[in-house]
Design a protein around this ligand. Structure first.
Ligand code: NI
Length: 264
């Protein structure tokens, strides 16, 4: 069974059929899904979804795109969620995030993005949770900020990894996981594939980033957790590993990072 470690199930695009989407994932061999938040409100949505479905987990965090909108009340809300709903408290929240920096879109001023990112790293430290990081055209800065704040004891993942060999090396040296999704199937991703070839499978997670970045043959369509199988298959082929073996290894990795059962 696979674990989709990154899906935005509380997205407008899943509003009408999220329960069907979760069901389809299970039928496709995706036993567990981490519902990743991008705002405090969506974190509440992820928790509600996780309470409805066995095998669905939640995160609490603010995406860099929304950093400028984040208020003190939002941070207070995140803190309440972490206090009441984190895994250690018997709840479904398994990570802080999605946090990080996006210097491609720059939807929020960079200093605000960085401030909001730092606050979330501190929350991860405080609550003993891993951090899920987004990085676009900002890989070095993300790793520098993380190094300054200190990697949370529970670790972290560079989600949707598409960085250079140097960035991969630094991330691995910091004990981070790399999240691999749809892009590994893209025609124009030879650079990504060549970097991934030298990453040990013990440091890899699979993910969809649904509803975005659907893998081939669904590229351009709405992505959903069931499709993580396609990214996983492409990755197994690339690494010369049997598909079921890669599913088992990456599920164990996800289980270790998020403090859940691998479900084998
Ligand atoms: Ni995401």
């Amino acid at each position: 069974m696979w674990i989709d470690t990154h899906a935005h199930l509380v997205s407008e695009q899943f509003r009408d059929d999220v329960d069907e989407v979760v069901k389809r994932a299970k039928e496709a061999g995706v036993g567990q899904v981490v519902c990743v938040a991008d705002t405090a409100a969506s974190a509440r949505g992820c928790v509600a979804l996780a309470r409805r479905h066995r095998g669905v987990w939640a995160t609490a965090g603010i995406h860099p795109h929304h950093a400028a909108e984040a208020t003190e009340a939002d941070f207070a809300d995140l803190r309440r969620l972490l206090e009441g709903e984190a895994r250690a408290a018997g709840g479904p929240v398994v990570a802080v995030g999605e946090a990080g920096l996006d210097f491609h879109y720059d939807f929020s001023p960079r200093h605000v993005q960085e401030d909001v990112f730092r606050k979330q790293i501190r929350l991860a430290h405080e609550f003993g949770l891993p951090i899920i990081m987004h990085s676009r055209k900002a890989e070095e800065r993300v790793l520098d900020v993380l190094a300054e704040e200190g990697v949370p004891e529970a670790g972290g993942v560079l989600h949707c990894f598409w960085g250079s060999a140097e960035v991969a090396e630094s991330a691995l040296a910091m004990g981070l996981y790399l999240g691999v999704g749809g892009p590994v199937t893209f025609k124009n991703a030879d650079d990504l594939r060549s970097v991934l070839k030298s990453v040990p499978t013990e440091r890899l997670l699979v993910e969809t980033d649904a509803p975005y970045l659907a893998p081939v043959p669904f590229r351009g369509k709405r992505n959903e957790p069931a499709y993580v199988v396609h990214a996983g298959r492409a990755l197994a082929e690339l690494l010369g590993v049997v598909e079921s073996e890669l599913a088992a290894v990456t599920s164990r990795n996800a289980a270790r990072l998020f403090g859940i059962d691998a479900g084998e």
